[in-house]
Design a protein. Structure first.
Length: 123
């Protein structure tokens, strides 16, 4: 891609801004740094990846959660499931209340929010 951009500039005589627009690049200043890298180190230097390598699948947090669930006892798993079911029931109750009277529900929670924020400001 970088070499394509540079060869386009050489072939057409387009400016860096015009070339960036042509290739859909957000930062035309990148092209100047690519030119410099090409002049100083050649085409191979443009192919080198910069920055951090992507995380492997084994190091992602979702895998860590699965490992933690495997280490949980049967009782801990049941407690976790119980907690999730309680949260779901609470959510569904709030959703039903909102569906039956949206304005009233919002007004009730708006007042609760304002009273909580007033308490926080007075501390």
């Amino acid at each position: 891609m970088k070499l394509d951009v540079l060869s386009f500039i050489k072939r057409t005589g387009s400016s860096e801004t015009e070339t960036a627009l042509h290739f859909g690049l957000k930062h035309p200043t990148l092209i100047a740094s690519w030119k410099k890298t090409f002049r100083e180190s050649g085409a191979e230097a443009l192919d080198r990846a910069k920055g951090r390598p992507p995380m492997s699948d084994t190091s992602k947090s979702s895998t860590n959660k699965q490992i933690k669930e495997k280490d949980m006892t049967h009782e801990q798993k049941l407690e976790r499931e119980n907690e999730l079911l309680r949260l779901e029931v609470e959510y569904l109750k709030k959703l039903r209340a909102f569906q039956m009277d949206p304005e009233g529900y919002l007004e009730k929670h708006k007042q609760r929010y304002h009273s909580n924020s007033e308490k926080n400001n007075s501390n």
